[in-house]
Ligand binder design. Structure first.
Ligand code: GLA
Ligand code: GLA
Length: 678
């Protein structure tokens, strides 16, 4: 018998209107009861229709091993329901209470140096601890049983940001689980010894029990051991996720289960492309990192999240109304940014927009983190902006349930390549995988070309142009797929340090970039990374940093698009493009940065027949994204810049934004508009 299909989106309480979900993490346990009444009044005023509840409530719900206190949560759930606010209910397992860690210090994580990670913050638990698991699952079971039929319950929220602080644990529990994971992966010690290249430095294992996590070592620990430990650590958290999920599914088959990912900036430890299969719908948390590519990075993350969600709607579980508290300098958002950031997530498929958090804490480590209701109270620009966004999202109700429309171009993203490319003992420790990918994304935005950011393994055939930046780890089947993509008419672009190693981190021999050498028609004998103080020029006056190499053209039909103009490799190819079947494969052998790759990509996109869908004057300033439902299409236009701009010549009813006298669509600095295309 096949089990019934799982719900793929929120279960809507009978008193909540359909449309986009809007709200925040709600932490009523930090406030006296009087404030709760005020909270729901203000939530209604701001248009809030959903909150995430009980995320850090374990100690309040279970103050001692045999004491359970659900009364306060019953009351809050009831109050929210009575006010038409749905509840994304957390399992409350994110931060174990002091009684548990005092009784069982063996659930505390251990770092690579063998030091215990003590309580006092949060997430001080080993993902592989059987004792932690048992206590956490007991709590999940209680929560699920108690609230299964609650009319406000709209989704389950497993733990919180799994792996945010505890992805790497080197404890004895981790060692045991790592061995089990390795047995599953390799079956025999011979296979493991081969994969890890243990002939090197006398590392051959003769018994599984000898294998350890890559704890503090005298020098670089085995690279494949390190890589497998990263893979294992991501999987260990997934196993915890699945264990909580299974209990929730058993109690409430009709309530979807999610957990909040952290697809943003430097969060590197969790392979979310794999995790998506474990939950009913994808959720993400995103925080802006100030800098010249702050907006582009937000869009990149939202885009990747949308594609990991398979194009289906996803839940923006957290972002900030203004400053955070955990960056070196916590910058306040500028006018317009709160709405622009939110609408960019919606543009990329979010059907729920939530903030961390509802009411700014007066105490605790996050008291300087912005919220929907700031310290200043409701008489504040932030609360007014939050209310205005609530109204905008109501206007966007017709967008709910629509999916991402595939773009003409794509950027391929691959966690294994990220992990492997940035490993130690490499030609340079300056390689930044995500930054390289982001630079290409910025280039696409600069050119006004709509692009998807997709995990490796996504079918590429619908894309005319695919950029695979620093695709370091390429297995034989992946190389074949890229070859087939180009042969069948696709235009592939890849960069330095791509195609270098196989899935075990073994170098493809015979010259770089081994796995892609034939496809690209180039051969490199030796890498020539640059010192921080060095740069070279590439034709067209582009500055290249970080990496160079002597590129030999070996294949037929290879055009040299640009050459090194200075340095050791002056006159030799820097960028090449090979005609392959009906398509092509281009290679960029150095780091050109966002501006440099914009110049290179302009020509490559043109050759691939990919052009901007935006009117000329809006290219570069505006990001265009499309969501659709059958033939109904919604165009999101987002101003990336701090200057006003205008979009002309696009038809359709403005759901957000106001047309000028001649039908033009003005966009304020950091402004956004949404059109229902005719
Ligand atoms: C030392 C060691 C060698 C090798 C080299 C690398 O000389 O003896 O085994 O590791 O460093 O530079
Ligand atoms: C994460 C957590 C929240 C909060 C925010 C602050 O996203 O999930 O609990 O700590 O960061 O930015």
């Amino acid at each position: 018998m096949t089990p019934p299909a799982r719900p793929q989106w929120l279960r809507r309480p009978d008193n909540v209107a359909p449309g986009l979900a809007y709200g925040a993490d709600y932490n009523p346990e930090q406030w006296p009861r009087e404030v709760w009444r005020d909270d729901v009044r203000l939530m209604r005023e701001a248009g809030v229709n959903i909150v995430s509840l009980a995320i850090f409530s374990w100690a309040k719900l279970q103050p001692a091993e045999d004491t359970w206190r659900f009364g306060w949560l019953d009351e809050v759930m009831g109050l929210l329901y009575d006010n038409g606010i749905a509840v994304d209910l957390a399992t409350a397992t994110a931060s174990p209470p002091p009684w548990l860690t005092a009784k069982h210090p063996e659930i505390l994580p251990v770092n690579a140096r063998g030091e215990t990670v003590w309580p006092g913050g949060r997430q001080h638990w080993r993902p592989t601890s059987p004792i932690f698991r048992e206590h956490a699952l007991a709590l999940v079971d209680k929560m699920a049983a108690r609230y299964a039929d609650h009319p406000a319950l709209t989704a389950w929220h497993v733990s919180n940001e799994l792996g945010c602080h505890n992805v790497y644990d080197y404890s004895d529990d981790a060692a045991r689980a790592f061995r089990d994971w390795l047995r599953d992966r390799y079956a025999t010690l011979d296979a493991l010894n081969h994969a890890w290249g243990t002939a090197f430095w006398s590392q051959e294992y003769s018994d599984w029990a000898q294998i350890l996590p890559p704890r503090l070592a005298a020098t670089h620990p085995n690279p494949t051991q390190q890589l497998d430990f990263k893979r294992f650590s991501s999987d260990a958290l997934r196993q915890h996720l699945r264990a909580e999920r299974d209990i929730l599914h058993r109690h409430t088959p009709d309530v979807p289960v999610t957990t909040n990912f952290m697809i943003m900036g430097g969060t590197k430890g969790m392979d979310y492309a794999a995790w998506a299969a474990d939950i009913d719908f994808v959720s993400n948390d995103h925080y802006v990192e100030p800098g010249p590519q702050a907006f582009d990075e937000l869009s990149f993350s939202a885009n990747l999240t949308g594609n990991i969600a398979g194009g289906r709607p996803w839940f923006l579980m957290e972002h900030s109304t203004s400053a955070v508290n955990w960056q070196p300098v916590n910058v306040a958002k500028k006018p317009g940014e709160l709405a622009r950031d939110s609408l960019t997530h919606v543009a990329h498929g979010a059907d729920a927009v939530c903030f961390f958090q509802w009411r700014q804490s007066a105490a605790g480590a996050e008291k300087y983190h912005s919220a929907m209701v700031p310290h200043a109270g409701e008489d504040s620009d932030v609360f007014r902006a939050a209310g205005a966004l609530g109204a905008t999202l109501r206007d966007l109700a017709p967008v709910a349930g629509t999916t991402r429309e595939q773009a003409p171009a794509a950027i391929v993203f691959h966690w294994d390549s990220w992990w492997a490319a940035e490993a130690d003992s490499h030609p340079t420790d300056r390689l930044r995988y995500r930054q390289e990918a982001l630079d290409w994304y910025t280039a696409l935005l600069n050119l006004g070309i709509r692009a998807d950011v997709v995990p490796l393994g996504t079918a590429l055939d619908g894309y005319s142009l695919v950029v695979a930046p620093m695709l370091h780890m390429v297995s034989a089947p992946a190389a074949k797929e890229l070859q087939a993509y180009a042969e069948s008419g696709g235009h592939l672009v890849t960069t330095y340090f791509s195609g270098i190693v196989d899935e075990h981190d073994h170098v493809w021999l015979g010259g770089h970039p081994g796995a892609l050498r034939d496809l690209l028609g180039v051969r490199v004998e030796e890498f020539a990374p640059l010192l921080d103080t060095e740069s070279v020029t590439v034709d067209g006056d582009l500055a290249a940093t970080l990496w160079t190499e002597r590129v030999q053209v070996t294949g037929s039909d290879v055009a040299v698009l640009s050459r090194y103009a200075g340095g050791e490799h002056a006159g030799h190819p820097a960028v090449t493009r090979r005609a392959v079947g009906a398509g092509s494969a281009a290679y960029v052998s150095t780091r050109l940065g966002a501006q440099g790759v914009t110049a290179i990509l302009a020509g490559l996109a043109e050759a691939a027949g990919v052009t901007s869908e935006l009117p000329a004057e809006a290219r570069g300033a505006v990001e265009l994204t499309v969501r659709h439902r059958g033939r109904e299409r919604f165009a999101f236009l987002v101003n990336r810049t701090d200057q006003p701009t205008t979009v002309t010549g696009l038809p359709g009813e403005a759901l957000v934004g106001t047309r000028g006298p001649d039908g033009e669509l003005p966009l304020a600095p950091r402004g956004a508009a949404v059109l229902r295309l005719a």
